[in-house]
Every structure is written in structure tokens, then in C-alpha cells.
Design a protein around this ligand. Structure first.
Ligand code: FAD
Length: 352
């Protein structure tokens, strides 16, 4: 049986922060987050003592698996549970040419009801329409998915659950599990890997669409202000963003990304401001009560005064319990940074 671990998509991410901050990947709908698959850990605390799961106790073991890195101690070892994966998986990629608005809205209503073997998302990206890079561009929405099974199974399921998509066999590619990891991580299918993700430069922000409103489907799929924002950006260079389907109470993790060529690095501020404008434009359409964000896409732009506000944004009801665990195991706040978990007596890390 082929075994794997529910790890992330990106080859440049290290294990320390990834495991401390939930860690999503291609397998999370079937097997949960990376932190759900940790069996044991070894942690060094501020007094240089070494603990394992038994000696640290279940509260601290809970906190280090998603309560954010750099808050409780240094994890020096993780013991992981592997999970079975099929030898053959199917990648799906379909550009939504006709009725994109309707299809994006429909996807929002069915994505979380697809079998848990599906990881799916919608991406909006600029493409060249005149064949000359950078001169004339338009925006296309595309549906993409990884299915833990064969093309025949994908076609049957999509015919039943999402017939409007009109998925064709040629939109699907069967490959080995290992090849799919390389593909999703944008790695070449050989040994010539030279860290392509270091270029171009990019800025990303995250949001959640647990309370995604009717407006957003229309907005994403239509020629609305969002597209004006995007056109505004791609006229100058290169912008894209994506929505990915999550599970449970929070249905969608949204990533707004903008990338630019290395030659344009001097103008980085323009791109960063563009992503801020897009983020704030999307505010009314995403989760609001309270707004939510993924801890591993830390939003360093939140002011420190809002310590509890961002704490709840990332951790919701769990924030207070994390602060209690922090107070018990690191009362002097030795492990801290701008957005580490605070002790109950110092609700902000402002005076770092
Ligand atoms: C290009 C890119 C793609 C990404 N893709 C994914 C993805 O597919 N899935 C996903 O879930 N996330 C993804 N992320 C987010 C990623 O999980 C976080 O950025 C994560 O914090 C990276 O971990 P790191 O150890 O590399 O980072 P670092 O910046 O080194 O660490 C992040 C925090 O964790 C702390 N930390 C690091 N190691 C330890 C340790 N051993 N013990 C205690 N604390 C520690 C650090 O002090 C810091 O506070 C992606 C990020 C990028 C930039």
C-alpha cells in the first residue's frame, strides 16, 4: 500500500511553521490537516527542558498543533501518522469559457458536497489574448481539482454532481501520486528543480468565505468591480487570485495574490497596495462576524493594538484557551513575536 502524509502544496515551506499552524494540503478533505496527523512531539521550553506528549500534557500538545509557531517553545521532533493514497490520481483543469458566473456560483454550493477524495478550487488569472506577452490580457476563471482516483470515476461523479461544468475526458490527466505532488508544487517532472517559486516576487493575503454571501459568486464570476481591480493590475503586469474550497464551518479559503517580474521590483509598493485595495474591496463579501484568516498566512499588517482582534480572527473561540495554555507554560512570554499567543496578563505584544 502506498503511504503519504497530508503535507502542503509548496516545496519551499519548512516543517516547523507549517505543522505549528494547522497545515493544509491536497489530502485535507480526506485526512484532515497536518496537525490532525501528529501522534507525538518533542518540545524544548523556555527553561531548556525537553518534553514529549506525555510529559507536556494534552493541553500543550493541542496548542502546539495549530496554535502558531514561536509561541510555546521549540518543537525539535514531530512523530507523524502516515495515510494511504492511491497509486493513480486524476488532475482536472477546465477553463470556464461560457457562463462563468453561473458556474462559479454553482461550484460554491457543491464543492464541499463532492466526495472527500476531491480537492477543488477556482482560480482567476490573466491570460494573453493576442499571443504577445504583456500587451493584451483578459481574465479567465478556471476550475481545478485533484481526485484520489481514476478519470472514469471523476467523469461519473461530475456528471452527477456538477453536470453544468461539462467536464470532458481531455480536461483530466491521470498520473501517479508522486507526479501530482510535483505538478501541484509547480516542480519539473525530473531532477532539474531550481526553486522556481523564488521568482517572480509576489504578495499574498488570505480571507475566509465561511459566510460567503450571494454577492461574491456574482462578483467573482462577473465583470464587476473585482475584475476592474484585476484589470487595473494586469494592465501593468501580472495579477491573479484564487479561491480554494475548504471544509467544515469555514467553506472557503481565499488567497489574493499578486506577482511581478524581478525587473519591476522597484515598484513593489504599487503591487502591495493593489493587493490591499482588493482585500478591502472584498471585505463585505467574506466572513465578517468575526472576520477570519489562516494563521499560516499571517497578516502582519494588522496593528498590534488589535491583539485580541487578530487572535479571534485566526483562532475564534480557541484564542482564550491558547492564552491560558501560554500563561501556564510560558508565563514570562519568552517565546514571542508580533502575533504570537499572548499571556492572559499581557494581552498585547506591543512593547516587544
Ligand atoms: C510560497 C508559499 C506556499 C505555501 N503553501 C502552503 C500550503 O500549501 N499549505 C499551508 O498550510 N501553508 C502554506 N504556506 C504557509 C506556510 O505554512 C507558513 O508560511 C509557515 O509558517 C511556513 O513555515 P516555516 O517553518 O517555513 O516558516 P518560518 O517563518 O520559519 O516559521 C513560521 C513561524 O513558526 C515558528 N517556528 C518555525 N519552526 C518552529 C519550530 N520548530 N518550533 C516552534 N516554532 C517554530 C517561527 O518562529 C515563526 O514564528 C505557504 C507559504 C508560502 C510562502
Amino acid at each position: 500500500m502506498l503511504m503519504s502524509f497530508p503535507a502542503g502544496l509548496c516545496p519551499t515551506v519548512e516543517v516547523g511553521g507549517y505543522m505549528s499552524g494547522w497545515g493544509y494540503g491536497l489530502l485535507f478533505r480526506k485526512y484532515g490537516l497536518a496537525t490532525d496527523n501528529v501522534i507525538d512531539a518533542q518540545l524544548v521550553d523556555a527553561k531548556r527542558r525537553l518534553f514529549d506528549r506525555k510529559s507536556m500534557g494534552e493541553d500543550l500538545f493541542w496548542a502546539i498543533r495549530g496554535g502558531s509557531g514561536g509561541s510555546f517553545g521549540i518543537v525539535v521532533a514531530w512523530k507523524l501518522q502516515l495515510v494511504p493514497v492511491p497509486k493513480t490520481v486524476t488532475l482536472v483543469n477546465r477553463i470556464l469559457e461560457q457562463n462563468a458566473t453561473k458556474l462559479v456560483r454553482k461550484w460554491q454550493t457543491i464543492a464541499h458536497k463532492l466526495p472527500i477524495e476531491f480537492y477543488s478550487g477556482i482560480t482567476f488569472a490573466p491570460i494573453d489574448i493576442d499571443g504577445h506577452q504583456g500587451t493584451k490580457k483578459t481574465i479567465v476563471a478556471s476550475f481545478h481539482a485533484l481526485f484520489l482516483g481514476t478519470i472514469d470515476e471523476v467523469l461519473l461523479i461530475m456528471q452527477e454532481k456538477f453536470p453544468e461544468l461539462g467536464l470532458l475526458r481531455e480536461d483530466c490527466t491521470e498520473m501517479s501520486w508522486l507526479q501530482s505532488i510535483l505538478y501541484m508544487g509547480l516542480l519539473p517532472n525530473d531532477r532539474s528543480y531550481q526553486n522556481p517559486l523564488l521568482s517572480p516576487s509576489f504578495k499574498a493575503k488570505s480571507d475566509s468565505g465561511g459566510c460567503i454571501g450571494r454577492g461574491v459568486g456574482k462578483t467573482f464570476g462577473g465583470r464587476s468591480t473585482l475584475c476592474h481591480h484585476k484589470f487595473d493590475c494586469i494592465r501593468r503586469n501580472n495579477g491573479w487570485n484564487s479561491i480554494q474550497c475548504n471544509r467544515g464551518g469555514i467553506l472557503y479559503k481565499i488567497v489574493y495574490s499578486v506577482g511581478w517580474a524581478v525587473e519591476d521590483n522597484e515598484r513593489w509598493e504599487w503591487y502591495v497596495n493593489w493587493s490591499r485595495r482588493l482585500y478591502s474591496y472584498m471585505g463585505p463579501f467574506v466572513s465578517k462576524s468575526p472576520p477570519r484568516a489562516y494563521i499560516s498566512y499571517r497578516n502582519g499588517e494588522t496593528s498590534y493594538e488589535e491583539a485580541r482582534v487578530w487572535g479571534i480572527k485566526y483562532f475564534m473561540d480557541n484564542f482564550d484557551k491558547l492564552a491560558s495554555v501560554k500563561t501556564m507554560f510560558d508565563p514570562d512570554n519568552f517565546f514571542r513575536h508580533e502575533q504570537s499567543i499572548t499571556t492572559l496578563s499581557s494581552p498585547s505584544n506591543m512593547e516587544l
